[in-house]
Design a protein around this ligand. Structure first.
Ligand code: SF4
Length: 427
């Protein structure tokens, strides 16, 4: 019965930023030191295959996969012993061979404004971050896609780190599972009726109706560029959106890219979530400096890809993120140019103005509140929504990358050297 499981083929290594995994990383099977296989992050048919490879009859493997999948994603169960509709003799067989993992929590912080932040660790010891931001009408989980980043956006703390590796689908969906654990959002043991009720509340788009849950939205806006880890992000989000999985509507999920133009259409077609773009500047000179991928894919190319984004409409607008940097990108002329560009490409747009949250070693300052207000007014008067994001979790350094790097202080010279290496890699 103890059939060894095949290991998945590893993609080839790529030394520079690209739309295929930049570094070698296991794809669909996370091998554990104890030889057990982590089922988290695997689609249901793959679980059935693995059960069959481990010795179950195909029909039984399919049935067990359906049961286990339900326990994982609907009930948040990590212990096979708690899976009460699986035969008692079967449960130790599963536990000997498989595990349902979670990222390890290294640090957990709770801001006075309700924002929660976690520093997490992968099974092979790499650290990454996740943030939960509760608002009056929603609770948003900011999820990471990579450990570090190949890009080097100059205002971003994560950009000062090297890319260590892509996160696997299990490590990405594991963040959502962990947040639901922490928020106590799984039905408790014996609350089968609640589980059934939850199922009934899933609308035909696969999303929750207003049912009092805290975690209602997901943004792929944490560490890393999600479109440089496309396959794993797609695999994870499919589990999040699956009506038999976490059942969150694609309308409640937003993927944020710095502008990986060749992958944007594919993202809209194959994942179908909302799009956010880290624009941050409206001239080539400034965007080349603060979002260096602009040297590869310029503003016009990027905005055309936004105009072509499948599914974008007035009811599903594209969000343009714009960090407010004093004397860099915050003049009235910049605001007027932003309006002109959004009109030129006829974009169903909203603009998110983000007051810069400085970090140790940052070379920029935040624009003054008065400047930000004036910038917002110009865009708003042109008929485009331009809210100013309220800084959250400042008492816990909730900006991306700050928790991880607080223990990894680099000198200015080291930061500059790393920035040069990354820019050379972009070509
Ligand atoms: S903003 Fe995003 S893409 Fe740019 S360096 Fe930071 S994590 Fe990477």
């Amino acid at each position: 019965m103890d059939t060894p499981l095949p290991t998945s083929p590893l993609p080839t290594s790529m030394p520079i930023a690209g739309h295929i995994d930049p570094v070698v990383t296991a794809r669909d099977i996370t091998a554990r030191a104890d030889g057990r296989v982590d089922l988290l992050g695997l689609p249901r048919p793959r679980i059935a295959e693995i059960f069959a490879e481990a010795g179950l009859e195909p029909k039984q493997a399919k049935l067990r996969a359906k049961q286990v999948y339900h326990w994982i994603y609907h009930r948040g169960v990590t212990d096979f012993e708690a899976m009460t509709d699986i035969a008692k003799t079967m449960r130790p067989w599963l536990a000997e061979r498989f595990v349902i993992g979670r990222p390890e929590i290294v640090v957990s912080q709770h801001s006075e404004d309700g924002t929660r932040k976690w520093l997490l660790r992968t099974d092979d010891g790499h650290e990454f971050e996740m943030v939960f931001i509760p608002d009056a009408d929603r609770g948003t989980l900011c999820v990471s896609s990579q450990v570090g980043c190949t890009l080097n956006c100059r205002f971003c703390h994560t950009g000062t780190m090297r890319l260590v590796r892509n996160l696997t689908p299990g490590e990405i969906v594991g963040q959502v599972m962990l947040a639901r654990d922490a928020l106590g959002e799984w039905p408790k043991a014996g609350q089968a009726d609640l589980a059934a009720l939850t199922d009934d509340l899933v609308d035909d788009e696969g999303g929750y109706s207003p049912d009092g849950r805290l975690l209602t939205n997901i943004v792929m806006m944490g560490m890393g560029e999600p479109l440089y880890n496309f396959d794993n992000v797609k695999g994870a989000l499919k589990l999040v959106m699956d009506g038999d999985g976490l059942a969150l509507s694609k309308r409640r999920i937003t993927l944020s890219t710095s502008g990986v133009v060749p992958m944007m259409e594919k993202c809209g077609e194959e994942i179908g979530v909302n799009l956010a773009v880290s624009l941050h500047a409206v001239t080539k000179e400034v965007r080349d400096e603060i979002v260096p991928i602009n040297r590869k894919y310029g503003i016009e190319e990027l905005l055309q890809a936004c105009a072509d984004y499948p599914g974008a409409s007035n009811s599903r607008r594209i969000t343009f993120e714009y960090v407010m940097l004093k004397d860099k990108n915050d003049t009235d002329e910049h605001a007027h140019e932003l309006v002109r560009l959004l009109r030129q490409y006829n974009l169903p747009a909203k603009v998110n103005l983000i007051p810069f949250n400085p970090w140790p070693g940052a070379i920029y300052e935040c624009s003054t509140p008065e400047r930000i207000r004036q910038f917002s007014n110009i865009i708003f008067e042109a008929g485009i929504s331009a809210p100013v994001r309220t800084p959250r979790g400042r008492d816990i350094d909730a900006a991306c990358g700050q928790l991880k790097t607080s223990a990894q202080k680099m000198s200015r010279a080291e930061l500059d050297r790393l920035a040069e290496e990354k820019q050379a890699a972009l070509g």
